[in-house]
Design a protein around this ligand. Sequence first.
Ligand code: PEP
Ligand code: MG
Length: 312
Amino acid sequence: RKRIAHQHALSPAKTLDNHQVEVAANLGNVKDAADVVAQGAEAVGLLRTELVFMAHSQIPDIATQIADYEQVFDALDGRPLVVRTLDIGGDKPLPYLPMPSEDNPFLGVRGVRLTLQYPNLLKDQLTALVRAAKGRDVRIMFPMIGRFEEWQAAKAILDDVLANEPHENVQVGMMIEVPSAAVMAHAFAADVDFFSVGTNDLTQYVLAIDRGHPVLSKDADGLHPSVLNLIHQTVQAAHAHGKWVGVCGELAADEKAVPILLGLGVDELSMSAASIALTKAQIRELDFTECQALAERALRCRTAKEVRALAG
Ligand code: PEP
Ligand code: MG
C-alpha cells in the first residue's frame, strides 16, 4: 500500500480534464536533493542558495560551490533545477558578509540589490552554476528585482559569464516578489525566459505587512485579491510572450490556493517536499475549466476571506 502511494507521488499531476502542472520542490540544503526527488518532485523550483551559503563558515569559493551544485544536479538526474542567486538581507543575514544596519531592512539592501553591490560575488556564483550544470537543465533567477535597471544589470553579469563559459540550456528568469515587477510584468516578459512568483514577499509588499510581524502577519494572506490580480497580470504577460510562470512561495502548497493558481494559468508549483504528494493528489481531483471559473470569481472578490470562502 505504501509502495502504491509512493509510486503515485512520483507520477505527474494532471487534472481530470488532463491539464498538467509541474510540481517541484523548494530546497535549501544540497544534501536533501535526492530526498525531494524520492518524494515526487519533478524539478527543484527554488534552490535557496543563501541557505547553501549559510552551511559554510566563509564565502564558498567557486570550486566549493561547484561541488554543492553538482550534488543537486546529480540527484535531479536531468530534471530541471531552478536556482535563485543569493538572497541575503532583510531577515536573512549572512554572518561572514557584514552589512550596515538599516532602519527598514525589508526595504533595504537585500536580494539582487546586495549582489549588485558585490558583482564579483554574483559573478563567481553564476560561474559555479554554469560549470556545475555541464549542459544540464539549469534555470537561473534573480531575487527581489523591482526595477528594469536591476534586471539589466544582473543579466549583464550573467551574459558576461556565459560569454566565457561553455554552456547549453541556460534559462534566465526572475522572481516576481516586488509589486513593481508584477505591475511591469509586460515589460519584463519580453526579456526573461520565465517568472517565479514569490508570494511570501509579494504579499508582504503589496499589503505593506511585515511577513514576520507578531500581530499583523496573520493578515498577510497570499489569497488577498490584490495578490491574485498581480499573479494574474504576471501570467497573462508571460504567456503572451510564450514564457512560463511558477509560484514558489507558501501559497503554492495552500490547498485553497492550488485550484485558483491553476485557474490563473500558473505552469509550475514549487513547495516544500513534504507537501508534494498531497498537492499532486489534490490536483488529480480538480477540473481545470472549473478552476478557471473559480479564479475569475476570486479576482473579483474584495477580501482574502471572501476568496477563502469561495474556495470551499
Ligand atoms: C517568497 O518571497 O515567496 C520566496 C519564495 O522567497 P523567500 O521566502 O525565500 O523570501
Ligand atoms: Mg522572497
